[in-house]
Design a binder for this molecule. Structure first.
Ligand code: ADP
Ligand code: TYD
Length: 186
């Protein structure tokens, strides 16, 4: 089962992915959290390319995702928690001027998550949380966070996404996310 956690930089995805993994394992449900970009090599290529060409970024993130998914296919956990997935590519690269439809077509061979958890956060709060040494902290990207946030909310109307208020405490978010996952099993 794939569960994707999405949101702008600093929205608390990695924190929630780790706490949700721990909570599920404590309840006897084997879970593993993993992050995109996944491969060191493609992460490095993205860093070298910079935040300029959305076609290059879309294809690099898709290639990284294909490798990530083949690695996931070797795992035995019941639940894989994806810290970023396809909606990251649509939200980030469409706000760089690319057509959603093309980005969706590039990713169409990849499995859809059974649940997406969107951590919604005002960009002004995200900017305070983002660590200065964050990877890919390109100014071109930081200026887009407000548009990216709006795009994520648009994408969430898919019947399989829950939006959580990312200004709530990490404990509250973990509880809400855990409840949503357990609902999938009931
Ligand atoms: N619910 C929360 N409330 C306040 N701060 C948070 C919360 N979740 C995470 N943080 C803090 O915000 C920063 C970004 O968290 P992180 O999980 O790395 O976000 P992301 O993976 O979305 O970039 C970190 O300093 C983290 O400690
Ligand atoms: C997976 C993915 C990430 N990104 C962006 C989002 C982040 O700004 C950056 C990933 O760097 P990272 O440091 O992992 O950011 P975060 O901690 O917020 O996940 O790459 C895309 O633009 N497209 C994608 O498909």
């Amino acid at each position: 089962m794939l569960i994707a956690i999405e949101g702008i930089d600093g929205s608390g995805k990695t924190t929630l992915a780790n706490s949700l993994e721990k909570e599920l394992n404590n309840r006897g449900i084997s879970a593993l959290s993993t992050h995109e970009p996944f491969t060191k090599e493609i992460t490095e290529m993205i860093r070298i390319q910079g935040w300029k060409d959305p076609v290059v970024l879309t294809l690099l993130f898709a290639a990284d995702r294909a490798i990530h998914l083949s690695w996931i296919s070797t795992r035995n956990e019941k639940i894989i928690i994806l810290d970023r997935y396809i909606y990251s590519t649509i939200a980030y690269q469409s706000t760089m001027g690319l057509d959603d439809k093309w980005i969706i077509s590039v990713n169409e061979k990849f499995p859809k998550p059974q649940l997406t958890i969107l951590l919604d956060l005002p960009e002004e709060i995200a900017l305070k949380r983002i660590k200065k040494n964050d990877s890919f902290n390109f100014s071109e990207k930081i200026n887009l966070l407000g548009k990216i946030r709006k795009k994520y909310i648009e994408l969430s109307n898919d019947g399989k996404t829950i939006i959580l208020d990312a200004t709530e405490t990490a404990e509250t978010l973990t509880k809400k996310a855990t409840d949503a996952v357990l609902d999938l099993f009931s």
